[in-house]
Design a protein. Sequence first.
Length: 636
Amino acid sequence: MINKQPQLVWVWLVAISLPMNAAAFDYRDADTGIEVLFDFEAAYGFRMRTEDTDLSLVSPAHGGTRLAAGRSGNLDDGTLNYDKGELVSNMFRATGELTVGWRNLGLFIRGYAFYDYENERNDRERTELGKVALDQVGSDAELLDVYLSARFTVSEVPLHLRLGDQVVTWGESRFFPGSGVDVANPMNIPLYQQPTSTLRDLRKPVGMLWGTAQITPQLIIEAYYQYDWEESELPASGTYFSSNDAAPQDGAFIQAEGFASQFGTNLSEFYGIPAETLEAVGIQAFDPNFYQVTQRLPDDSASDSGQFGVTVQTILTHFNDSKIALHYAQYHAKLPSFGLVGPSLSNYVTGYSEPGIEKLKRELIREGAGPVKSTAAATLTQLSAALNDASFFYQYPDDIEMLGLSFNTTTMGTGTAYFGEVAHHFDVPMPIHSGDVLPDIIPGATREDPLPPVDLNQFTLAELATEYANVRIDPIIYLDKTFALIGATQFLGPLLGASQTLVNIEFASLTIWDMPDRSELFLAGPGLAVTDFKPRSAFASSSSWGYRVGGGMQYNNVYGGINLRPRILWAHDVYGVSPVGVGPFLEGRKALTLGLQAEYLARLKLDIAYTQYSGADQWNLINDRDNLSFSVRYDF
């Protein structure tokens, strides 16, 4: 277990020592025009798992019952690391915001620090958390927004500029972030998944110059240029919501098939051959890297330059002050695309080839192993050696263009607020299913026979050397996508004793243009192993859609100045599968959250929520991560 001293606890101690009736800091000098405001929030929260591990989500080598042996052990660390009824988070957090103003200039700084006793102090059930994971769920302190601002007027046009690490949010969607016109900032998913998080934690501030000009009272132009690219933060290996050990920043290996464990495989038991027989022919009786690609190359990161956007907004005063906005942006990928480099030439010639396998098989038979077991052992051993010799990496392609339109309006009769957006993205990297990449790595591979030994009578040494050995494979295809959304918000007034009731609903769809037929090429869906080629419904489709419904009620002054806010959120992916990392939909997937917040004097807030995940069977990789969360926060 990696332990760090709780050096961040002092932040919490400072917080609770402040007087409960005082603002953190508020200074205003009318003579100099200097204003300094410091807001501070202290919070405690926990999250508890409420559902047993679903063994259909666990690979066979790790004790699971996934129907396909190809279910990789890369997918199940998160669910195996925490038991039902166990805390998955138990944390203190402090968040501070400093706002400084002088005349027309400003400075804004926001940062946080947290310490999670559960993840820092306690051992995990299965996989110890590494440095990246502990930075996400153990303890950390970081500045988020840090920018300078200025407001001035040029030729009677009001201008507002910001320079530094900041968040720029476009579009109208509340429930589908990052899918449509909202492309400027990467996501910080682990921070948002903390029990003390707020919606502001979802987007990671990055360095950019942003500005807006109000040309007329009804016409506003907004633009930004990013000088700093960062990828989205994914849940690290072994954390509660993790569902992939390879893609996150700490991913160190790919476990190719589910019959082998990421902690190593006892080949004597697996092959049914005595250990001394295996070792006599050079096979390890216990192989720590069996059936693994163990070499991760440095990421092929995107450029810090070349990201920018502009939006033009107009307000239609004669149509209930409806707002329409046109958006254009050029951005770089923020989610990783998989890449592979094939093994060296020797593995094609003397390793995973018909002669190489035959040679090892004869050696095993000579040492006393049976012919059937010897054939299986020789084949898998040589294939595993080829995997060990290969390497993988992740890449973030540049220069994706987006053209979008968004609107919002309110009806006079019912007060219903309607909103929507449509965004067309050009040349988006789409992940090809790894099984359809095998012919580029293994000579002669097909969907019917995905892992054939190399036939040296069919492929010459020159072909193997130039077309397969150490060749980089980029299993992505560039296609256009269109994301469309329509939604409505309705205040229903007093209901069931509440002072106010609100309902929000959003319908969204994703269309992939010119998508190859599945008989020719599969695009990757979640949870698929290398040798999975069915069911076809598990692979990405050209169209997909779903909806989200949220509702809340406000009960004012229930007792002694306490306000109560019950809420519900229902998510349902109705049709189709979005390519991994390209869209938000997985047919049949559902999620339900029930929550209640109690607020006292607008400063003290207690919140409790229960979330249930369901649907989409084994393809929903967090299907068994139901949880109960609680938080208490005080704003000074």
